[in-house]
Each structure stands twice: as structure tokens, then as C-alpha cells.
Design a binder for this molecule. Structure first.
Ligand code: HEC
Ligand code: HEC
Ligand code: HEC
Ligand code: HEC
Ligand code: HEC
Ligand code: HEC
Ligand code: HEC
Ligand code: HEC
Ligand code: HEC
Ligand code: HEC
Length: 484
């Protein structure tokens, strides 16, 4: 062996740069560059802004993934402190609430004390820095952790049926399938003058009936042969009366003015087809009739002195007042008020108003008119506990979900039941050509009518159930179905 040393170096040890030495330099360099320099951002907002605008790394260097799409706004992308207020502390709810002060609770926390959702943090359910997965957890576990067994989870005081799955295909053994839908309807109580409306919930399984007090047969109006309208024969379609609101979700309310009056006029005198009574309170209708007939009476008697008889008629009687004697009644027939009353009787009890309204007679003399029209409340939202929008279903025929064309009475409830939805929708995982839907596809978590989340936090304490939610979280999120 010669002792000639090669003049090339095979390893780091052969140089003066030892491995350890390089590691230390790199370590300290990276530490300085990505920890100590960015730490300066925490000293003041000015320092943070200066750093972020310089080529040096700022606190942005610590980001553990892109912010969610919804949060990719200059306010947040450039401003870690909007959420991370204090260094080395988990994100506090107050940071989120500073922008989302409208985030409300899921249920009334003063009633359901047991589950104490108020112990959860926003970040338990809203994952950040995890693009492309959604910031909103959409997995069913989030919901079934309570809803699969409400009683065991401490929710005792509830009418809600247990549920942990949707769709016929995904009902596992021992699962609680989604219950038949219930509808919310207003139920009138009391008489025409003092009606109160209570909100009732009725399962579609019990074939409930509605009482809106409006008379309306769909079948008559949807006659395929058409109807005798003033403009000639007219075949009505659903959208002649039902059009969606601006958001495309629910249907606009029906009104007499917009949907009926073109055909059902309020003419009261065949000799004056251009004159109509107003559509409103019976007292106003009666006044209009009195004014109309008084004017006619004056016109007829113009140019001559009224007979004593005519004067007596004028003074004698106000409709709705004390019952007139037989003789007085005979006199009244000739007076403007008498005439107005007999016409009113005709339209309230036999024709015009009576076509669409429940009309009752009140002889107490409390009102100008003795006729009372029962108040009308047409239900506008039948399923307030879920979200449904007509726009997503615009390619389906209305009759797929509503059997309107054979409905003979307005008391029929025409709402689709669970089977109708399950024909197309299945649970959270895809199944053949069905539409996968997690609970959050059809239900909100934050209920707008509940108290603000921030307020409830004041008396909250962490709850067992929330820990479970946290644990179930992380790995479930990425596999959860996302909003189509
Ligand atoms: C919209 C609010 C928001 C903004 C803005 C934001 N973060 Fe986060 N960040 C979170 C949430 C929520 C977590 C999850 C941790 C938790 O549960 O508190 C998180 C976690 C982190 C983590 C991991 C620590 C951990 O506990 O998992 C790092 C690192 C981080 N953020 C860095 C940043 C940096 C750097 C920025 C600025 C570029 C930033 N974040 C901006 C909300 C935000
Ligand atoms: C600087 C204000 C700001 C802060 C702080 C903030 N957000 Fe947001 N957030 C927004 C804006 C703006 C949007 C997008 C508009 C919208 O949907 O309201 C948004 C959207 C959302 C959405 C809806 C996403 C979607 O797909 O519809 C959720 C959920 C959300 N934020 C949760 C949080 C949570 C949790 C925190 C705290 C960790 C937080 N936000 C902090 C401003 C903020
Ligand atoms: C137990 C889970 C959970 C907690 C805790 C939670 N959220 Fe949500 N949040 C959800 C779910 C699920 C949705 C999507 C369903 C929906 O639209 O209501 C959602 C939706 C949202 C949205 C977007 C939809 C909307 O209502 O406008 C915002 C914003 C939001 N949450 C903010 C917050 C804030 C702020 C907090 C903390 C104060 C919070 N959330 C706490 C589960 C939760
Ligand atoms: C911490 C337990 C808990 C979690 C998690 C939870 N819920 Fe609830 N949920 C409740 C309680 C309690 C009520 C109120 C019951 C009552 O008032 O009768 C409720 C009410 C409801 C209602 C009826 C709403 C109403 O207006 O009356 C629906 C629908 C619902 N939850 C669906 C969901 C969905 C979907 C999720 C998942 C995003 C979910 N829940 C997550 C406990 C929970
Ligand atoms: C001439 C106007 C008119 C036409 C045309 C019409 N509707 Fe209606 N619809 C009404 C009125 C008025 C009500 C309210 C009845 C009540 O008091 O409940 C109503 C109520 C409804 C309701 C909710 C009430 C319930 O009991 O479920 C549905 C659903 C409905 N219509 C579907 C349809 C469909 C589908 C068509 C077409 C096949 C149609 N309608 C055509 C006037 C109309
Ligand atoms: C895929 C099923 C489906 C189809 C198709 C459908 N609807 Fe509906 N409709 C519903 C559901 C569910 C509700 C209850 C929504 C709620 O109250 O939250 C509803 C409610 C209604 C109401 C009561 C008022 C309201 O908006 O709540 C009317 C009126 C109505 N639909 C008419 C129609 C007409 C007209 C069509 C055709 C253009 C149609 N619907 C197509 C499912 C459907
Ligand atoms: C296109 C014209 C047209 C429109 C619009 C219309 N109707 Fe009719 N309606 C008719 C005709 C014509 C009849 C008589 C049908 C018959 O007897 O065969 C009728 C009959 C009725 C009847 C009596 C049904 C019976 O059993 O005889 C009621 C109640 C009624 N309509 C209510 C309404 C209400 C409420 C609206 C508005 C929501 C409305 N209609 C809109 C043309 C119309
Ligand atoms: C073609 C059917 C139709 C006829 C005829 C009709 N109405 Fe109506 N009426 C309605 C409808 C539909 C509503 C509910 C929606 C609205 O306010 O337009 C209503 C509402 C009312 C209301 C308000 C009830 C409440 O509780 O808000 C009064 C009062 C009323 N009508 C009186 C009358 C009187 C008086 C007549 C006769 C002169 C009459 N209506 C004729 C269809 C009719
Ligand atoms: C395809 C849409 C759809 C899906 C998916 C869905 N629901 Fe529902 N759910 C509804 C409708 C519609 C109602 C009736 C709405 C109402 O009563 O106002 C309802 C009612 C409910 C109710 C009230 C039951 C009662 O007793 O009144 C609860 C709780 C509920 N759903 C929970 C869930 C949970 C948890 C999931 C996920 C496993 C889920 N839903 C999935 C559409 C859906
Ligand atoms: C004919 C098939 C069909 C029927 C029946 C049907 N749906 Fe759907 N639904 C769909 C399709 C397809 C979509 C997705 C549309 C889109 O992507 O815009 C959808 C979307 C939805 C959405 C929006 C989901 C989201 O995440 O945005 C809701 C909520 C919904 N349906 C509820 C219902 C309810 C409740 C019923 C029963 C009353 C029902 N659907 C009946 C086909 C159907």
C-alpha cells in the first residue's frame, strides 16, 4: 500500500465542514429565519405588516396548509392574528365571532342543559388549513353522535324521533332509519273575531288535514279542458299561481289580487259591471255598498224634495244595529241602506265572498256589518326543520311531489313523504345513480331562531359529547361527502 493520499475528498469528514457543523448552521439559520424573524410579527401590527411586505419570512411561514376557500380574503390570508390572537394558544371562539356574530345555537340551551353543546369550540367542527376539504364538517357522525339515541345522550325533553341514517340502501343493522316527515301547520282556535293560530306538527303517516279557512279546489282549476275565464277559455298550469321566491327556494304566497281576481271579480251590480267592492274587511265592503246606493238614491231623487217616508228611512236604521221591526224592514228595502244590506246578504251568504270564504253571522251589533269572514292563514313553510329548494328540483314535474291535480279540497295536505325523496336521495355514501346526501345537505346546524352562540358561551362548560365529536372529527372529515 502506498502512503500517497488521494487529493480528492470522499466524505464530509475529510473536509473541514463536519456534518454536525453543517447541521448546526442550517438549524440555526432556519430557526432564525422561520421562527425568530417571524416572531417579530407578534410584537406589533406594524412589525407584522412590514415583515409580510418584505422578502423575509413573516408569520405566514408557519401556515400548516391553505386557508379554506371561503377565508381566502385579504383580511385573513395576510392576517394570521385575525384567528390566532395569542401565540401558542388554540384559536378562540371570540376570533370567529368577531366576524360571524350571527352564528346561532343548534337548540335552546336553556331547555337542553344536559348536552351542553356550548362547550364546543367553533374549531371542533370547522377545520382550517385543510383545503381542499370543506371548512364545514358534513359527515353524518357529527349529527348521529346525539341524534341516534337522544335519551341516552341526555336529551330527554324532546318530541324528536331518533335518527342516524337516510336512504333505504344504507340502513345498517340496528340503525335508526330516518322517520317519516312531519309537517308544520297553523291550527285555528276560537271564533272568527278572536282567532288564535297555534303551530302544530303532524306526521304525514297520519294523513293530516289542513284548515286555512280558504275554499279552493285544485282539481276544478286544473281541468285539462280549461276554464271559463273572462278572457275566454283558459287552461291553468301550476306556475299561473305558484312562482318561486327570488332565491328559488319556496313558493311566493298566494293572494286574491295576484292569483284569483282576473277571473273572480267582486262585481255586485250586474248593471254596473265596472264597479267592484273592495277585497277586505266586511265593514268596508258594507260601507262601499251604502255609499254606492246612497248616491244612486240621491241621484234618483235629485231635483225634488224627498218624501217624509224617504227621510224616515234615512234616519231609521243603521245596518248591524238593533233589529228592525217587520214594518221597518219593509220600509228599509226601499232605502239605500236597505238595498245595501240585501246586496251584502247576497254576496256574503250566497255568491261572491262565499265562494272562497267561510262566512259567519254575528248579531252582537259590535260591528257595522253582521257578516264576519273567517281569517285566512295559508301555510307558507311546511317543513321548517329542513332545507328544501325548488330550484334544485326544477327539472322534475311538480306532480312527482305534489298530487295537486286530483285534490278536491284545500284541506288536503299535498306534501311529499319520505318515500318520494328516497327514490332519488340516499345517505352519505354514493349508491348506484342516486344522489348522496349527508344530514347537512337537508338540515342546518345553526338554527337562526336560536340564541347567538357567543351569548350561550358565557355559562358553558365542556361536555362529554363534544369530546366525542372532536375525536370523531379529524379522519372522518376528508371522507365525508361534500356539497354538490
Ligand atoms: C380563519 C381563521 C384562521 C386564520 C386566518 C389562520 N388560522 Fe391557523 N388555524 C386556525 C384553526 C381553526 C386551526 C386549528 C387549531 C385549533 O383547533 O385551534 C389553526 C391551526 C393552525 C396551525 C397548527 C396548530 C394546531 O394547533 O394545529 C398553524 C401552524 C397555523 N394555524 C398557522 C397559521 C398561520 C401562519 C396563519 C396566517 C397565515 C394562520 N394560521 C391563519 C384558524 C386560522
Ligand atoms: C376577518 C373576518 C373573519 C374571521 C375572523 C373568520 N371568518 Fe369565517 N368567513 C368570513 C367571510 C368573509 C366568509 C365568507 C362569506 C360568508 O360565507 O359569510 C367566511 C365564511 C365562513 C364559513 C362558511 C364557509 C362556507 O363554505 O359557506 C364558515 C363555516 C366560517 N367562515 C367559519 C369560521 C370560523 C370557525 C372562524 C374562526 C376560526 C372564522 N370563520 C373566522 C370572515 C371571517
Ligand atoms: C358541533 C359542530 C359545530 C360547532 C361547534 C359550530 N358549528 Fe358552525 N356549522 C356546523 C355545521 C354542520 C354547519 C353546516 C350546516 C349549516 O349550514 O348550518 C355549520 C355552518 C356554519 C357557518 C356557515 C353557514 C351559516 O350558518 O351561515 C358559519 C359561518 C359557522 N358555522 C360558524 C360557526 C362559528 C362562528 C362557530 C363557533 C361560535 C361554530 N360555527 C360552531 C357545525 C358547527
Ligand atoms: C350535542 C348534541 C346534538 C348534535 C351534535 C346535533 N344535534 Fe340536532 N338537536 C339536538 C337537540 C338537543 C335538539 C333540540 C330538540 C328539541 O328541542 O326538542 C336538536 C334538534 C334538531 C332538529 C330539529 C330542529 C328544530 O327546529 O326543532 C334537527 C332537524 C336536528 N337537530 C338535526 C341535526 C343535524 C343535521 C345535526 C348535525 C349537523 C345535529 N342535529 C347535531 C342535539 C344535537
Ligand atoms: C288557480 C291557482 C292555483 C293553481 C293553478 C295551482 N294552485 Fe296550488 N294552491 C293554490 C292555493 C290558493 C293554495 C292554498 C290552498 C290552501 O288554503 O291550503 C295552493 C296550495 C298548494 C300547495 C300547498 C298546500 C298543501 O296542502 O300541500 C301545493 C303543494 C300546491 N298548491 C301545488 C300545486 C301544483 C303542483 C299545481 C299544478 C299541478 C298547483 N298547485 C296549481 C292555488 C293554485
Ligand atoms: C322533489 C319534490 C318537489 C318538487 C318536484 C316540487 N316540490 Fe313543491 N314542495 C316540496 C317540498 C319538500 C315542499 C315543502 C318545503 C318547505 O316548506 O320547506 C314544497 C312546498 C311547496 C308549496 C308550498 C309553499 C312552499 O313553498 O312551502 C307549493 C305551493 C309548492 N311546493 C308547489 C310546487 C310547484 C308548483 C312545483 C312545480 C313547479 C313543485 N312544488 C315542485 C317538494 C317538491
Ligand atoms: C282562469 C280563471 C280562474 C282563476 C285564475 C281562478 N278561478 Fe276559481 N273558478 C274559475 C271558474 C271558471 C270556476 C267555476 C268552475 C266550475 O264550476 O266548473 C271557479 C270556481 C272556483 C271555486 C268554486 C269551486 C266549486 O267547487 O265550484 C272556488 C272556491 C274558487 N274558484 C276559488 C279560486 C281561488 C281561491 C282562486 C285564486 C287562488 C281562483 N279560484 C282562481 C276560474 C278561475
Ligand atoms: C276567488 C276567491 C276569493 C273571493 C271571491 C274573495 N276572497 Fe277574500 N281572500 C281570498 C284569498 C286567497 C285571501 C288570502 C290572501 C289575500 O289576502 O289575498 C283572502 C283574504 C281575505 C281577507 C283577509 C283575511 C285574513 O285573515 O287576512 C278578508 C277580510 C277577505 N278576504 C274578505 C273578502 C270579502 C269580504 C270578499 C267578498 C267581497 C272576499 N274576500 C272575496 C280569496 C277570495
Ligand atoms: C334528503 C333530505 C334529508 C336528509 C338527507 C336527512 N333529512 Fe332529516 N328530515 C328531512 C325532512 C324533509 C324532514 C321533515 C322536516 C320538518 O319536519 O320540518 C326531516 C326531519 C328530521 C328530523 C325531525 C324529526 C321529527 O321527529 O320531527 C330530524 C331530527 C332529522 N330529520 C335528522 C336527520 C339526520 C340526523 C340526518 C342524517 C342521518 C337526516 N335528518 C337526513 C330531510 C332529510
Ligand atoms: C327526481 C329525483 C329527486 C327527488 C324525487 C328528490 N330529489 Fe332532492 N335532489 C335531486 C338532485 C339530482 C339534486 C342535486 C341538484 C343539484 O346538484 O343542483 C337534489 C338536491 C337536493 C337538495 C340540495 C342538496 C345540497 O346539498 O345542496 C336538497 C336539500 C334536496 N334535494 C332535498 C330533497 C327532498 C327533501 C326531497 C323529497 C321531498 C327530494 N330532494 C326529492 C334529486 C331529487
Amino acid at each position: 500500500m502506498s502512503d500517497i493520499k488521494p487529493d480528492y475528498k470522499l466524505s464530509l469528514e475529510d473536509t473541514r465542514l463536519s456534518k454536525r457543523w453543517v447541521s448546526w448552521v442550517l438549524f440555526i439559520g432556519i430557526l432564525a429565519l422561520f421562527l425568530i424573524v417571524p416572531l417579530a410579527s407578534l410584537t406589533s401590527d406594524d412589525a407584522a405588516t412590514t415583515l409580510r411586505n418584505s422578502p423575509l419570512p413573516s408569520d405566514n411561514a408557519w401556515i400548516s396548509g391553505h386557508l379554506s376557500k371561503a377565508h381566502q380574503i385579504p383580511d385573513l390570508n395576510q392576517n394570521c392574528q385575525a384567528c390566532h390572537v395569542n401565540a401558542f394558544e388554540v384559536v378562540q371562539d371570540n376570533s370567529c365571532l368577531s366576524c360571524h356574530d350571527d352564528a346561532s345555537h343548534h337548540f335552546d340551551t336553556s331547555v337542553h342543559d344536559v348536552t351542553k353543546l356550548d362547550g364546543a369550540r367553533c374549531a371542533s367542527c370547522h377545520i382550517e388549513h385543510d383545503e381542499p376539504s370543506s371548512i364545514v364538517r358534513r359527515d353524518d357522525k357529527l349529527c348521529s353522535s346525539c341524534h341516534a339515541d337522544m335519551a341516552t345522550n341526555g336529551v330527554v325533553d324532546t318530541d324528536l324521533v331518533d335518527v342516524d341514517s337516510f336512504g333505504k340502501e344504507q340502513v345498517r343493522e340496528g340503525a335508526m332509519p330516518h322517520p317519516q316527515f312531519k309537517v308544520s301547520m297553523l291550527v285555528p282556535q276560537g271564533n272568527a273575531d278572536a282567532t288564535t293560530w297555534a303551530m302544530g306538527r303532524f306526521s304525514l303517516a297520519d294523513k293530516p288535514t289542513e284548515k286555512s279557512n280558504l275554499i279552493f279546489p285544485h282539481d276544478v282549476h286544473l281541468n285539462p279542458e280549461g276554464l271559463d275565464a273572462p278572457q275566454g277559455n283558459k287552461v291553468l298550469a301550476c306556475n299561473d299561481c305558484h312562482t318561486t321566491d327570488d332565491a328559488g327556494e319556496l313558493m311566493r304566497p298566494i293572494t286574491m289580487e295576484n292569483n284569483c281576481r282576473t277571473c273572480h271579480t267582486l262585481v255586485f251590480d250586474p248593471d254596473a259591471p265596472e264597479r267592484e267592492v273592495p277585497h277586505g274587511e266586511p265593514d268596508t265592503v258594507l260601507l262601499t255598498l251604502e255609499e254606492y246606493y246612497s248616491r244612486q238614491f240621491l241621484r234618483d231623487s235629485l231635483g225634488r224634495k224627498p218624501t217624509p217616508q224617504e227621510v224616515r228611512d234615512f234616519i231609521l236604521r243603521r245596518p248591524g244595529g238593533a233589529v228592525a221591526s217587520r214594518a221597518e224592514q219593509a220600509l228599509n228595502l226601499a232605502s239605500p241602506w236597505g238595498k245595501a244590506n240585501s246586496v251584502a246578504q247576497e254576496i256574503f251568504e250566497k255568491t261572491t265572498c262565499k265562494t272562497c270564504h267561510e262566512v259567519s253571522v254575528d248579531n252582537s251589533g259590535q260591528h257595522l256589518s253582521k257578516w264576519r269572514v273567517d281569517p285566512i292563514r295559508i301555510t307558507e313553510q311546511w317543513m321548517p326543520k329542513s332545507e328544501f329548494d325548488h330550484f334544485s328540483h326544477r327539472t322534475s314535474d311538480c306532480s312527482l311531489c305534489h298530487a295537486a291535480s286530483t285534490s278536491e279540497q284545500s284541506s288536503d295536505v299535498l306534501m311529499p313523504n319520505l318515500d318520494v325523496c328516497e327514490a332519488c336521495h340516499t345517505g352519505e355514501t354514493t349508491h348506484e345513480n342516486k344522489t348522496p346526501s349527508s344530514c347537512v345537505s337537508c338540515h342546518q346546524f345553526h338554527q337562526p331562531e336560536q340564541a347567538s352562540w357567543g351569548k350561550a358561551l358565557e355559562f358553558g362548560s365542556a361536555a362529554e359529547i363534544i369530546k366525542q365529536i372532536n375525536l370523531a372529527g379529524a379522519n372522518e372529515v376528508s371522507t365525508a361527502v361534500s356539497k354538490p
